[in-house]
Design a protein around this ligand. Structure first.
Ligand SMILES: Nc1nc2c(c(=O)[nH]1)N[C@H]1C(S)=C(S)[C@@H](COP(=O)(O)OP(=O)(O)OC[C@H]3O[C@@H](n4cnc5c(=O)[nH]c(N)nc54)[C@H](O)[C@@H]3O)O[C@H]1N2
Ligand SMILES: Nc1nc2c(c(=O)[nH]1)N[C@H]1C(S)=C(S)[C@@H](COP(=O)(O)OP(=O)(O)OC[C@H]3O[C@@H](n4cnc5c(=O)[nH]c(N)nc54)[C@H](O)[C@@H]3O)O[C@H]1N2
Ligand code: SF4
Ligand SMILES: [Mo]
Length: 867
C-alpha cells in the first residue's frame, strides 16, 4: 500500500492536516494527520466527511458561454477581449475582481498581480470583506500591521480563555477540542460572550449574553477595571504603547449598563480578567460583522496592550480566521486597500517596491471599491466587466437580492466555480475550476501556519486550476511573460521572494526563507521565515509596525447597531453557522451524513415572542426587513433572548429558495473596515400559516412547486420539506408530477376529514418515493422514512418504525449516525452522567468529537429535569 498523502482540510481556518488515501476510483478515505501542528490527528465532522464530497455528478466540467459548452480558447479569448475593451473604452476602474478567502495563496497572488500590477485598478475585493476586514483594520490601527501576535499553543497555556462572538464548538471545532482538553488538564476558565446561548456555552464557566453590538462597552469596562485595580503593566505601556490615557478616559465615559448584563456576572468576569495574567481573547464574527466592528476589535486589543498580555505564552488576542486561506488572502493583499505581502496601496514606497519587483506597467495609488460598493457599482453600470472567483455572492452578500440583480445588470460577468450556484446562474461565462483534491498550493491558518494542499486526484473533464485561468487571461491581454509560471511552486517562489522586499521595507510578513524551499515536501511552517526571524510570537517586547514602533491604544466610544428596532421592525436578526454545513453548501450538502444534523433553514425565537406572534413549534415564519424576506422553520428556544432571532446563512436557491437569509440582511457597513453588519438587521416576523405542510422522500432529486421547500440528500436519495398556500386539486397528480413518476403505482392512506394524505409511489413492489401531507407540521420519524426509499413494500406510510424498533430521532453524532432519541433514552435508562459514559454506552461522540458539546447539553437538560 502506498503511504497516505498529506494535505490540508479545505474548510475552516483551523487548517487541520489530513491524511488521504485515494481508492483509485475517484474517491478517498480521510484521516487526521497526527503530525500536523493545528490538529495533531483530530478532525471535525466536516473534515471527517470530506471523502463523501469528491463525486463528479454535480461538477461543471467544461467552460460555458451563455449557457452553452465551449472550448477554453473561446472562453478565455472572450474574457480577455471583454476586459480589454472595457479598459480601453472606460479605463481600468471599469473592471473588477471579486475573490475569496478560500482561494489558494498562489491563485490569490496571480489574481492580485494581474489586476493591481497589470490592469492597474484596485477594484479587487474578496469575501474576506464580509469576514475579517474589521480584524484587519483593528490590527492595523493598533499594531501598524495586520499581525496575529499569538499561536494556537497559547490557548492550551492560558488560564482564562475569553470567547467573544465566536461559536468555536461549531465553527472551529478542532480548536474547541484543544481548548476542552486543556480545560480538563489544567482547569482553564472559559467565558463565552455572545447574545445567544450556543453549543460553545455548554462547557463554559460563564456565559455573558450581552446586548447585541455592546462588546465595546464591555471591554471598556474591562479596561477601567484593569486600571482601577492595578493590573496595568506600567513598564510595557511606558515603553511600547501610546494612547493609554485617552483610551482610558474614553472607557470611563462609557456605560457598562448598555451591555444589559447582570452586575454579578459582569463583576465575576472583570475579576477573572483583572486577576489572570494568562488570558487569551478569541474573537470572531460576533465582533467583526458589526457596524462598529473595528472599534470592538480595538476595545479588545486595548485591554491586552494595557496589560502587556500579548505575544507571551498563554496570552494575547487571537482573531480566529474563518476560511482556510482567509489569512493567506490577507497576506497576499487580496483586498481593495492592500498590496501583496502586507504592504499598503496608499504608501508610495510600498507601491514602488512592489511595482519594481513586478516590473509592471501600472499600479493604482488609491484603494478600490469594497465589496458592498463594488456590487453597487456593478448594478449601476460603473463596473462593466466583473470576474468572480471561488465565492457565491448572490447568496452570501447582504441585501443578496440586490446583489443578484447587480450581477445580472452588469455587462459582462465571469464566474469561476466548480459547480452550478445561484451566482453562476447569472454569469455570461462560467469557467470550470479544479476543486480540493485536484489542486495544489498553500494556505495559511489562524496562527500563521502555512500548509500545503496537495492534489491526489487528476483534474476531471476540462477543469483547470484557478491560478492557471488567471495566467491564461493575462497572457491573452498581452502580459504572458509576467505570468509564465510552470506550476504553483513557481508562483509560490516568486511570492516568497517578493515578501523579502516587504521585509526590507520593514514589514512583518517575510517568508523569503521559503523562496528556495522544496515545495513538494514543505512541512507546515509558521511565518515569518526569513534570515531575521522565524516562527514564534510577536510583540512581547514591543517592536510594533507603526512609525514610532509603539502600539496604539484607541479611545473607543461604543455605538449600538446601525439600525434601530421599532414598531415596524421590532426584532433583531442575528445570523451565523451550523455545525455540519459550510457556507452556501455547495460541498457539504453533497455528504448525506452532514445533512442529517440540521436539514432545513430555521429561525430561533424566544418562547415569549413565539407566543405573542402565534407561532407554534415547527410551523413556518416569514421574516422581513426593508431589503427582502425569507421563510424559515420556527425553532422555539430560550437560547435566544426576547426580541432577538437567529437564522443560519447556508441555504440557497438550490437547497431552499425562500431560506436565503441574506436577502433579508441589510447592507450597512463599518465606516473603517467596510465590513457589513451581518448580525444585527432589524426585522418583522409573522406566521406564514400555510394551508398544508408536506414531507417528501425520493430516490431522485425533488424540485417542488410550493410556497416553501427545503431539500437535502439522504443516503440513497433525497428528503424534502414543503408547504403551500393552496392545496392542489388532487394529491396523487401532485405527487406524480413532483417525483416525475407518471406511471408508478400509487398506494395511499387518506384521512380527508383531518386533511392528512400519505402516498407512496411504487414500482416492482419497491417504494420509489413518498409524500406526507397534513394541515399542521408533519410529524414523522423523518430519518426512518427516508431510509425506507428503495425498500420493498410501503411500510414507510406508517411514518414510524414498527413496534419494538425505536425511532432514533434527528442525528446528533454525524460520524456514527446516532440520533437524539437514542441518546436521551440511553441517558435515562442507564443513568449516564458524563459525555464519556455516553461514548462508552453508544459510541456517540467517540470519533470526531464535534457533537460532544451537544451531548453535554443533553446531559445538562436531564440533570435540570431531575432537580
Ligand atoms: N460549521 C461551519 N464552520 C465554519 C464555517 C461554516 O460555514 N460552517 N465558516 C467559517 C467561516 S468563513 C467563519 S468567518 C467562521 C465564523 O465563526 P464564528 O464567528 O464563530 O460563527 P458565527 O456563527 O458566524 O458567529 C459567531 C457568534 O457571534 C454571535 N454574535 C452575534 N452578534 C454578536 C454581538 O453583537 N456580540 C457578540 N459577542 N457575539 C455576537 C452569534 O450569536 C454567533 O453565535 O466559521 C468558520 N467555520
Ligand atoms: N448573513 C450572513 N451572511 C454571511 C455571513 C454571516 O455570518 N451571515 N458570513 C460571511 C462570511 S464570514 C463569509 S466567509 C462568506 C462566505 O460566503 P461564500 O464565499 O459566498 O460561500 P461559499 O459557499 O464558501 O462559496 C465558495 C464558492 O466557491 C466554489 N468553489 C469551491 N472550490 C472551488 C475552487 O477550487 N475554485 C473555484 N473557483 N471555486 C470553488 C464553491 O462551489 C462555492 O460556490 O459569507 C458571508 N455571508
Ligand atoms: S476544524 Fe474541521 S473544518 Fe476546520 S480545518 Fe479542522 S477538520 Fe477542517
Ligand atoms: Mo468567513
Amino acid at each position: 500500500m502506498t503511504a497516505p498523502l498529506r494535505t490540508t482540510c479545505p474548510y475552516c481556518g483551523v487548517g487541520c492536516g489530513v491524511l488521504v488515501t485515494p481508492d483509485g476510483r475517484g474517491g478517498a478515505s480521510v484521516k487526521g494527520d497526527p503530525d500536523h501542528p493545528a490538529n495533531f490527528g483530530r478532525l471535525c465532522s466536516k473534515g471527517t466527511a470530506l471523502g463523501e464530497t469528491l463525486g463528479l455528478d454535480q461538477r461543471t466540467l467544461t467552460p460555458l458561454i451563455g449557457g452553452q459548452a465551449g472550448s477554453w480558447d473561446t472562453a478565455l479569448d472572450l474574457v480577455a477581449s471583454r476586459f480589454a475593451d472595457s479598459i480601453r473604452d472606460h479605463g481600468p476602474d471599469s473592471v473588477a475582481f471579486y475573490l475569496s478567502g478560500q482561494m489558494l495563496t498562489e491563485d490569490y497572488y496571480a489574481a492580485n498581480k494581474l489586476i493591481k500590477g497589470y490592469i492597474g485598478t484596485a477594484n479587487v475585493d474578496t469575501n474576506s470583506r464580509l469576514c475579517m476586514a474589521s480584524s484587519v483594520a483593528g490590527h492595523k490601527r493598533a499594531f501598524g500591521s495586520d499581525t496575529v501576535p499569538g499561536t494556537y499553543e497559547d490557548i492550551e497555556e492560558a488560564d482564562l480563555v475569553v470567547l467573544v462572538g465566536s461559536n468555536l464548538a461549531w465553527c472551529h471545532p478542532v480548536l474547541y477540542q484543544r481548548l476542552a482538553a486543556a480545560k480538563q488538564a489544567r482547569g482553564t476558565k472559559v467565558v463565552v460572550i455572545d447574545p445567544r446561548r450556543t453549543a460553545t456555552c455548554d462547557g463554559a464557566d460563564l456565559h455573558l449574553a450581552l446586548a447585541p453590538g455592546s462588546d465595546a462597552a464591555l471591554f471598556n469596562a474591562v479596561l477601567v477595571a484593569l486600571a482601577d485595580r492595578g493590573a496595568v503593566d506600567q513598564s510595557y505601556v511606558a515603553q511600547h504603547v501610546s494612547g493609554f490615557d485617552d483610551a482610558l478616559a474614553a472607557a470611563r465615559t462609557s456605560d457598562p449598563a448598555i451591555t444589559g448584563l447582570a452586575v454579578d456576572d459582569l463583576d465575576l468576569f472583570l475579576d477573572w480578567f483583572v486577576t489572570t495574567e494568562r488570558v487569551v481573547t478569541i474573537y470572531s464574527q460576533g465582533i467583526n460583522q458589526s457596524s462598529s466592528g473595528t472599534d470592538k476589535v480595538n476595545a479588545i486589543l486595548n485591554c491586552h496592550l494595557a496589560t502587556g498580555r500579548i505575544g507571551r505564552p498563554g496570552m494575547g488576542p487571537l482573531s480566529v480566521t474563518g476560511q482556510p486561506n482567509a489569512m493567506g488572502g490577507r497576506e497576499v493583499g487580496g483586498m481593495a486597500n492592500t498590496l501583496a505581502c502586507h504592504l499598503e496601496i496608499e504608501n508610495p514606497a510600498h507601491r514602488r517596491g512592489v511595482q519594481a519587483f513586478w516590473q509592471s506597467p501600472a499600479m493604482p495609488d488609491t484603494s478600490g471599491l469594497k465589496a458592498v460598493d463594488l456590487f453597487q457599482a456593478a448594478g449601476e453600470g460603473r463596473i462593466k466587466a466583473l470576474w468572480i472567483i471561488h465565492t457565491n455572492p448572490a447568496v452570501s452578500m447582504p441585501d443578496a437580492d440586490a446583489v443578484a440583480s447587480a450581477i445580472k445588470a452588469c455587462d459582462f460577468v465571469v464566474v469561476s466555480d466548480v459547480t452550478r450556484t445561484d451566482t453562476t446562474r447569472l454569469a455570461d461565462v462560467i469557467l470550470p475550476a479544479t476543486v480540493w483534491g485536484e489542486k495544489s498550493g498553500t494556505v495559511t491558518n489562524s496562527d500563521r501556519t502555512i500548509s500545503r494542499q496537495r492534489a491526489f486526484l487528476p483534474a476531471p473533464g476540462q477543469a483547470r486550476d484557478d491560478w492557471r485561468m488567471i495566467a491564461d487571461v493575462a497572457a491573452r491581454m498581452g502580459w504572458g511573460d509576467a505570468f509564465d509560471w510552470a506550476d504553483p511552486a513557481a508562483v509560490f517562489a516568486e511570492y516568497a521572494q517578493l515578501s523579502g522586499v516587504a521585509g526590507d521595507l520593514g514589514g512583518d510578513f517575510d517568508i523569503s526563507g521559503l523562496a528556495q524551499v522544496d515545495y513538494d515536501t514543505l512541512p507546515p511552517t509558521r511565518w515569518p521565515v526569513s534570515a531575521g526571524k522565524t516562527g514564534g510570537r510577536f510583540f512581547a517586547n514591543g517592536g510594533f509596525y507603526t512609525p514610532d514602533a509603539r502600539a496604539h491604544m484607541l479611545p473607543i466610544t461604543p455605538r449600538p447597531p446601525a439600525t434601530r428596532t421599532g414598531a415596524r421592525y421590532p426584532f433583531r436578526l442575528n445570523t451565523g453557522r451550523v455545525r455540519d454545513h459550510w457556507h452556501t453548501m455547495t460541498r457539504t450538502a453533497l455528504a448525506p451524513r452532514l445533512n442529517q444534523h440540521i436539514a432545513e433553514p430555521y429561525l430561533e425565537i424566544h418562547p415569549v415572542d413565539a407566543a405573542d406572534l402565534g407561532l407554534a413549534p415547527a410551523t413556518l415564519a416569514c421574516v422581513s426587513s426593508p431589503t427582502g424576506q425569507a421563510i424559515l422553520r420556527v425553532a422555539i428556544t430560550d437560547r435566544v433572548q426576547q426580541g432577538q432571532v437567529f437564522a443560519p446563512m447556508h441555504w440557497t436557491g438550490d437547497t431552499a429558495p425562500t431560506g436565503r437569509i441574506d436577502a433579508v440582511v441589510a447592507a450597512v457597513t463599518d465606516p473603517v473596515s467596510g465590513q457589513p453588519e451581518s448580525k444585527a438587521t432589524v426585522v418583522a416576523i409573522k406566521a406564514l400559516n400555510p394551508a398544508w405542510y408536506g414531507f417528501a422522500v425520493s430516490a431522485g432529486p425533488i424540485t417542488p412547486d410550493a410556497t416553501y421547500w427545503a431539500r437535502a440528500r439522504h443516503a440513497g436519495g433525497w428528503r424534502c420539506e414543503l408547504a403551500g398556500q393552496t392545496p392542489p386539486a388532487d394529491w396523487e397528480s401532485y405527487a406524480r408530477a413532483l417525483f416525475n413518476l407518471p406511471d408508478a403505482t400509487c398506494l395511499s392512506v387518506i384521512d380527508a376529514k383531518r386533511g392528512t394524505y400519505r402516498l407512496a409511489l411504487m414500482a416492482e413492489g419497491r417504494t420509489l418515493a413518498a409524500l406526507f401531507i397534513a394541515p399542521d407540521p408533519v410529524q414523522l420519524a423523518r430519518g426512518h422514512v427516508a431510509d425506507q426509499v428503495g425498500q420493498a413494500g410501503a411500510a414507510l406510510l406508517a411514518g414510524r418504525p414498527g413496534a419494538g424498533m425505536p425511532d432514533p430521532g434527528p442525528t446528533v453524532c454525524a460520524c456514527l449516525n446516532i440520533g437524539l432519541h437514542t441518546i436521551t433514552a440511553a441517558i435515562a435508562a442507564q443513568n449516564l452522567t458524563s459525555v464519556a459514559q455516553i461514548g462508552a454506552a453508544l459510541q456517540a461522540g467517540t470519533n470526531c468529537g464535534s457533537c460532544r458539546p451537544e451531548l453535554a447539553a443533553l446531559l445538562g437538560q436531564r440533570l435540570e429535569a431531575a432537580e
